[in-house]
Design a protein around this ligand. Structure first.
Ligand SMILES: Nc1ncnc2c1ncn2[C@@H]1O[C@H](COP(=O)(O)OP(=O)(O)O)[C@@H](O)[C@H]1O
Ligand SMILES: [Mg+2]
Length: 347
């Protein structure tokens, strides 16, 4: 975690995860140094009603962005009680990029078959957190991950974890739709063929054991689940790049569903889409949450309020500041900074 020189290399490397280029300009380091001077005059009025600053989380008062009031994050703001065992359990998660501490001691449990929204200003670590949940950060050389992430009670950061299998169980959909330049059918069948769920090789064809019916079934099932079937059923062999942006994104969701995942991670999946395409994706996410655990990053507060069951608010510096039922977060947050953020006072 000292090789900060690797940062620039890894940025290029992580281009499979399209992050808007604007992000590069608002470095949190710049934000925090500004805010220290601006907010330091009123430390006394922080977190009214909170009994003792002594019970604050380790690290004390958080760094704040310009426009944020100063406050000490309380552990109970991120404690979210729900029924049932967590699908994902994150404990003391830290991520460093070289010397940059991008995510600081994040702990949170994600309930099964629900939608969890991750919100917060650009650069606060949302994508970094999401990538930890299926070990996509392993692909970034400069990234060091410490802490624990359990999936159904099993540690995913232990030796011997099969990453292909993990990413099959925990699928990911990115900000910009990224279909393969292949047919609609091939996009959906890609995963099942790769994982051996469909026999499709030349030998299979010669020996007459190609699973054509099974492939048709998976393609139809996945496209129906992705709410795209009716629009494309008569042109499955057309190139996927001929679809509209919204259709391409639903295709990517269908591609993810084709391998029967348990968790679907989505990083701002609708931010490149028009309002109608966005509404379709939101409806789809709502349907999916009956059978899948969806974790979604969004910068759109209305979207988070509309589609999620619980919301986690990350603020500058890589802190998880508050996590709880979505209604509580939006209507009655504990943190003044969270309230300021969701009402648009900064960020
Ligand atoms: N591959 C990378 N290499 C170096 N620093 C990175 C990389 N990815 C993200 N960062 C840094 O980590 C911090 C959190 O980034 P990110 O997780 O992308 O935030 P968000 O998704 O909330 O905008 C930022 O300071 C960002 O510059
Ligand atoms: Mg991001």
């Amino acid at each position: 975690m000292t090789e900060s020189t690797l940062d620039s290399t890894s940025r290029t490397e992580s281009s499979t995860d399209p992050t808007p280029s604007t992000e590069a300009s608002d470095s949190p380091a710049m934000e925090t140094s500004e805010s220290r001077t601006e907010t330091s005059e009123s430390p006394g009025i922080a977190s009214p009603g909170i009994a003792s600053p002594g019970i604050a989380s380790p690290g004390g008062a958080s760094e704040t962005t310009t426009g944020e009031s100063e406050e000490t994050v309380q552990d109970e703001w991120t404690r979210y009680d729900f029924e049932g065992a967590p699908k994902i359990s994150v404990e003391d998660l830290d991520v460093f990029y070289g010397d940059d501490h991008a995510l600081k001691g994040v702990s949170m449990d994600v309930p099964e078959n629900s939608v969890t929204a991750l919100v917060g200003p650009s650069g606060c670590g949302k994508s970094t957190f999401l990538r930890c949940l299926n070990r996509m950060n392993d692909r970034i050389n400069a990234a060091t991950v410490e802490g624990s992430v359990e999936l159904d009670g099993d540690e995913i950061y232990q030796d011997g974890v099969n990453l292909v299998e993990l990413r099959k169980r925990v699928g990911m959909v990115f900000q910009a739709p990224n279909p393969f330049p292949k047919s609609i059918r091939d996009n959906i069948a890609y995963g099942p063929r790769k994982h051996g769920d469909i026999n499709d090789g030349l030998l299979d064809k010669l020996l007459g054991r190609a699973d054509e019916d099974k492939e048709d079934e998976i393609v139809e099932r996945s496209l129906k689940q992705a709410a795209l079937w009716e629009e494309v059923s008569d042109r499955l062999d057309d190139n996927a790049l001929g679809l509209s942006g919204g259709q391409q994104q639903r295709l990517c969701i269908g591609r993810c569903l084709a391998v029967d995942p348990e968790v679907i991670l989505m990083d701002e999946p609708a931010s490149a889409l028009d309002p109608i395409a966005t509404a379709k994706i939101e409806d789809l996410i709502d349907d999916l949450s009956e059978d899948y655990t969806v974790v979604i990053v969004t910068h759109n507060m209305q979207q988070a309020a509309r589609i999620s069951d619980q919301t986690a608010v990350f603020l500058t510096g890589g802190d998880l500041v508050e996590y709880g039922e979505t209604d509580q977060i939006f209507e009655n947050p504990n943190s003044q900074r969270v309230e300021d953020y969701i009402t648009g006072k900064f960020g």
